[in-house]
Design a protein around this ligand. Sequence first.
Ligand code: RBZ
Ligand code: NIO
Length: 350
Amino acid sequence: MLADTLARLEPADSAMEDRVAAHLDNLTKPPGSLGRLEALAVTLASITGEAFPRVAPPGVLVFAADHGVAAEGVSAFPQEVTAQMVANFVAGGAAINVFARQIDARLEVIDVGVAAELPSSGVVHEKVRAGSANFVERDAMSRDEAVRAIEVGIRAAERAAEAGCRCLIVGEMGIANTTASSALLAVLTESSVTGLIGNGTGIPVERLAHKQAIIERAIAARAPARDDPLDVLAKLGGLEIAAMVGAYLGGAARRVPLLVDGFIATVAALVACRLGSATRDYLIFGHRSQEPGHGHALAALDARPLLELELRLGEGTGAALAFPLLEAACRMLAEMATFEDAGVAASQTP
Ligand SMILES: Cc1cc2ncn([C@H]3O[C@H](COP(=O)(O)O)[C@@H](O)[C@H]3O)c2cc1C
Ligand SMILES: O=C(O)c1cccnc1
């Protein structure tokens, strides 16, 4: 299934660019005056292959899993919070529930690897294993488990597309996943861990050096092959991160715009692009997270996010908050009058 999805990936339709740019210049505004919203409209048209793209309704996929490395004291919160937050998602009380309701999104919560029993309803049960291993001691997961988790994500993206979602927001919940994401990013971009790490859920400054040492030890001990993204993901990643990779690949293969959230989501998107480079064409970046590594991950993807709200939460929240801008770009294309229709002079006569 992963191989099939990779084989179906195609670049976005660049022929749409000139056509949409010409239409934008006919709309009743000085050319270019709607700034980045105009570029966004062009991007959405080339992603979907439609001159008048639509992004509503959006689908939010929240993947949850636990991380063995949480045992090393790298998060400000205990591992149990992952399962407790899944229950909160089911009850509708988390930040992502609120913002998903605001944009009329279809929200799905998927258990890829939470190390606890979860509510039987309201969660899609796709547990590959009960949490990844502590990657300081052994590989986070096997290559086969990583592929299975990726396929959980591909299937979730397909369900969302089948349900009519025209834009995907991929979020996560997994205590200690900023540690796993920092490790992945350091290896994939051949960067030193210093400068990439941040305090995640809010570990005190004194514990940052410990978090850094854990990541450095893990990278040295696991010694992943940096040009083999699956090897890096299996050894240093997490189950929900692998599923996010799959959701991006599955969404891109279906030509669905992918609205990327914060640090963890961007690292997963980077892994997806390393597996299938055409995925990059389908990514739109919602916001810049406070987590220092996010700037680095965005730079690796040559990405400029839409919002800067000093968020550092994850779950898909920053992407959900940016969604109305995508909708505005679509409505601008479809609903604004042209100079001719409105009887407005298109330029000053010489
Ligand atoms: C109550 C709560 C809700 C959250 N929602 C997202 N995260 C975020 O924080 C975690 C990553 O940070 P670290 O690597 O420091 O553990 C992830 O679960 C992420 O989704 C949360 C964290 C907490 C505590
Ligand atoms: O930007 C994120 O995705 C993020 C930052 C801190 C903690 N959890 C998630």
